[in-house]
Design a protein around this ligand. Structure first.
Ligand SMILES: Nc1ncnc2c1ncn2[C@@H]1O[C@H](COP(=O)(O)OP(=O)(O)OP(=O)(O)O)[C@@H](O)[C@H]1O
Ligand SMILES: [Mg+2]
Length: 896
């Protein structure tokens, strides 16, 4: 997207309203986003231009000519609701068609009609470009995104690059709102006293529109340079179809019930369904308009005269007047503020509070249908990802429905402080999108996005095997290999049901998305292991690919956005049972008995018996079943006993880590994690006088935690590092595990402190850890400022360091951080930094060349420097160098 462009366009394709913002660079060379008015046929068929185009389409009788906007929303919806399509955004990705008369229309097609109207507005203004950014809810999944792209394509917007690769035209709505927020701070509309974005802040965006609720949590930092913004997604709520429409339906339902009671009739029993539709649409429109009217009056009351406070609640009334609603029968009454608020109360989730994050996994579908559940969802996901529920610096509201005072009150109560509202919640997303579009053309790297939800497939026993966890950064740099799947003996076809959600089983909160059936040309005579890998592209489309290990010609290739729901017949074998490394699989063992023997033998000193049992477990066919009982036993052993049985406990701990890492989806892994956390947390009581205990037990616990790769361990590990009495060797192990688990800003900055420290071991491991966390293969891109800081420390220390092994690690880390082969890194680090790295490595090379005698370590160092120089100059690496680099990346993985 680097070609020259005069206009920068952001389109908010909303459920209720769509908005387009355009921006140009003004005379003071500042970029300014404005709203572009859109032409529409308004009420009473009058042509007019509006900021907010109702996302409603009416298909004219006979001609099927589409009318988009206010006429469709009101006049047509009241008289011919069956020819009107509203809230089409809620159907995106569903594959459901809308039937109008004899024709059927896809959601992508209907959306493209709205976009056509917007395109016409661009042309009217003389903006002739097909290059735009369109926003989608952050929680939109791959199918929904694919449909949005399809709509854009149909409307004539460019969705592929010149070389045919998909063009990055979508932007998450909360991100757009954040870009607008950053802009408002730059133009001094939001003062640093409200929130100061010059240092990193944790911000929650609560966006409640007409049809969707998007809650998301971000790290945001921005200074005055327009491109130096960092917006990282921490967590995104699951796709939630809650919006103004639901509030309106509750209110309309209340009106309907009253009307029916008054005239003793049932609208559902009216034989002509079009009349039923008409009555319902009239009630719904009335509900929406009264909701706004009463709310606006209430809001004015609040601002004009704050002291009126809640007094107004009882007195404020609006009139509903629908003469001749049906068969000469009308509906008229006054509705008071507190009556209205009690009707919509079920949507406010008053039974939930912040504390419910703790029991989030136990909440049921009944707890989910309100505006609070997605907030808990986000806090829980953040906890899973970064180790604890984060402190939120500010909550920003966006979307028309956040104007509704009961929503604001509920959120204030929930968060314990008043959320802020963006200047103009109707247009901030569109404006933010045009700001983003402008930044893209200025060279801002398109931001990677994270997955809102985990995706998995159902395996035997009703479990869901996680393929890609929520929070994964898209696109994945390379495919992720999924181990442990096989087709069971006797199967001639398999069904692969895909699920979305954080649960471990194929029921709430998980939601089945689609099911693909793969037919085999033969019946399996034995269990057939599968090779499977998955990848995600920038539009969050999941690609599931694999083949039979014994017969690579039998392939599986599923793009999740391509597949229509495909119901399996009842004779199918139930999906895929888990396996692991088929070559290692041995006989079934009695789990209870083996674990008992293992722990009995831990007390005895007979190493041979112990090792025999361990080997059995590691080779057993059912070895994942051992996670749970070993974890349970380990948790029950008091610390002093763990100490006595040190060597054997150490083995059990390691085994737990190894098993847990191999079976990350096993429901017992959480127990394994807790057991290990317990082992590690007990350090406080014992570490003063028992160094050996620490080395043995704690060290192994930390290694095992690193293997489990559970991000929730990050906090504990950071705490261990902060303990001033902790042994350097344990700190070294901790740094290694930390680098395996996370590449968070916090971890990187803590680890960087050791680069210039006195302990050589820590200088060594921390350099490796920085290299690993900052490598281009690391899952998460890190903010520039923190990378720069680590690099500065490294450059400073390489000048002073004398140990070859440590220098090797430092050179490795420097070259990973300023790897010029990596386009994203090239953009993050200015040339100046690459140059500093080049100079430092050149100097080191000269130093080494001047040495007469080279030890083996020195030789390796020289090679590392050569590879490092190639990387920081952006030269291609030879195969041998690539291999050496990979070995370096996994170097300390082997510590045991
Ligand atoms: N002043 C107001 N008081 C109460 N509700 C309002 C007010 N203004 C707008 N709304 C409600 O806000 C909703 C529309 O919000 P918005 O325009 O942000 O939605 P959208 O962007 O089209 O939808 P989405 O973000 O879900 O795709 C409607 O339900 C509308 O009734
Ligand atoms: Mg919106």
């Amino acid at each position: 997207m680097a070609e020259k462009q005069d206009y920068f366009i952001g389109i908010d394709l909303g459920t209720t309203n769509s908005v387009i913002s355009w921006g140009v660079v003004n005379r003071t060379r500042k970029f300014e986003p404005k709203v572009l008015q859109i032409g529409q046929i308004g009420a009473d068929k009058k042509a007019q231009r509006v900021d907010l185009l109702p996302s409603v389409v009416y298909f004219e009788e006979d001609s099927y000519a589409p009318f988009v906007g206010e006429f469709a929303r009101t006049d047509a919806y009241k008289s011919q609701p069956q020819r009107v399509v509203r809230s089409i955004k809620s159907l995106m990705g569903s594959g459901e068609m809308r039937e109008i008369g004899r024709k059927k229309f896809s959601p992508a097609y209907v959306s493209s009609l709205i976009l056509n109207q917007i395109r016409a507005a661009m042309k009217y203004k003389g903006i002739d470009t097909d290059d735009v950014v369109i926003t989608v809810p952050a929680s939109f999944d791959d199918n929904m995104r694919a449909d949005t792209i399809e709509a854009a394509k149909r409307a004539g917007f460019r969705v592929t690059n010149l070389d045919g690769t998909p063009r990055d035209i979508l932007l998450d709505e909360p991100r757009a709102a954040l870009y607008y927020l950053i802009y408002l701070q730059r133009i001094d509309e939001i003062l640093p006293s409200v929130i100061d974005l010059s240092s990193q802040k944790t911000i929650l965006i609560f966006d409640l529109g007409g049809g969707t609720l998007d809650v998301s949590l971000h790290h945001v930092q921005a200074d005055n340079d327009a491109l130096d913004v960092s917006v990282d997604d921490i967590a995104i709520s699951r796709y939630t179809r809650i919006g103004g429409d639901n509030f309106d339906e509750l209110i309309a339902g209340f009106f309907q019930k009253e009307f029916e009671e008054k005239f003793n009739l049932s609208i559902g029993a009216i034989p002509e369904s079009y009349i039923q539709h008409e009555i319902k649409s009239k009630l719904l429109l009335e509900a929406e308009s009264k909701k706004r009217e009463i709310n606006d009056t209430f809001t004015q009351g609040l601002t004009q005269k704050a002291t009126m406070e809640r007094l107004i609640e009882a007195e404020l009334k609006v009139e509903i007047h629908l003469p001749n609603l049906y068969d000469n029968k009308g509906y008229k009454r006054k509705i008071a503020w507190n009556e209205m608020t009690s009707i919509i109360e079920p949507l406010l989730g008053w039974n939930l509070s912040r504390k419910d994050v703790e029991r989030f996994d136990d909440l049921t579908g009944e707890d989910a249908n309100n505006i609070i559940y997605p907030i808990l969802d986000v806090l829980k996901k953040a906890e899973k990802r970064i180790g604890s529920v984060p402190e939120i610096d500010a909550v920003f509201l966006n979307g028309g429905m956040t104007r509704f005072i009961p929503v604001q009150d509920r959120l204030e109560k929930f968060f314990g402080k008043k959320p802020y509202t963006l200047l103009d919640p109707d247009v901030s997303v569109a404006k933010g999108a045009s700001l983003y579009h402008y930044s893209l053309h200025q060279g801002l790297k398109p931001k990677s996005v994270i997955l809102a939800e985990s995706t998995g497939i159902e395996i035997k026993g009703g479990y869901v095997k996680n393929l890609i966890p929520a929070g994964t950064v898209a696109p994945t740099p390379k495919p992720i290999q999924i181990e442990g799947l096989m087709i069971p003996e006797g199967a001639s076809q398999i069904a692969i049901p895909f699920y979305r959600g954080e649960g471990k089983e194929s029921k709430f909160p998980n939601e089945k998305k689609l099911e693909q059936v793969i037919k085999l040309p033969f019946t399996c005579k034995k269990d057939e292991p599968l090779y499977v890998e998955v990848s995600i592209n920038l539009n969050k489309t999941l690609h599931f690919r694999g083949h039979l290990i014994s017969n690579p010609d039998i392939k599986i290739d599923i793009k999740v956005d391509d597949v229509q729901s495909n119901k399996p017949s009842s004779t199918q074998p139930s999906a895929l049972p888990p396996i692991n490394h088929p070559t290692k699989i041995g006989p079934e063992l009695d789990v209870e008995e083996t674990v008992k023997n293992l722990f009995d033998s831990l007390a005895s000193s007979d190493g041979a018996i112990k090792q025999g049992i361990e080997a059995d477990i590691l080779k057993a066919k059912n070895r994942s079943d051992f996670i749970f009982p070993i974890a349970e036993k380990l948790q029950k052993i008091p610390p002093t006993q763990l100490l006595m049985k040190k060597a054997s406990s150490r083995r059990a701990i390691l085994m737990l880590g190894a098993l847990g890492a191999e079976f990350p989806e096993h429901p017992g892994v959480q127990n394994a994690f807790n057991a290990l956390i317990k082992v590690c947390s007990q350090r406080i009581n014992v570490h003063e006088n028992n160094e050996k205990y620490l080395k043995m037990i704690l060290g192994m616990g930390i290694v095992a935690l690193g293997r489990l790769k559970n991000p929730a361990a990050e906090n504990l590990l950071l705490q261990i590092l902060k303990d001033p009495k902790m042994l350097p060797s344990i700190k070294g192990t901790t740094i290694v595990s930390l680098a395996k688990i996370t590449s968070s800003v916090n971890a990187l900055s803590v680890v960087s402190q050791y680069i210039c420290g006195r302990e050589i071991l820590l200088r060594n491991t921390s350099a490796w850890a920085i290299g690993r966390m900052g490598s281009r293969d690391s899952a998460k891109p890190l903010p520039v400022n923190i990378l720069k800081k680590s690099l500065e420390e490294l450059l400073y220390q390489t000048e002073r360091e004398t140990e070859s092994v440590t220098l090797q690690m430092m050179v490795y880390a420097i070259s990973e951080l300023s790897d010029q082969r990596n386009p994203s890194r090239r953009e993050v680090f200015s040339e100046q930094y690459a140059k500093l790295s080049q100079q430092a490595l050149e100097r080191l090379r000269e130093k080494m060349d001047a040495r007469h005698k080279l030890t083996q370590d020195d030789q390796v160092l020289k090679k590392t420097i050569k590879t490092g120089l190639d990387m920081v100059y952006g030269r291609q690496l030879a195969e041998e160098q690539v291999r050496a680099l990979l070995i370096m990346r996994s170097k300390l993985d082997q510590i045991e």
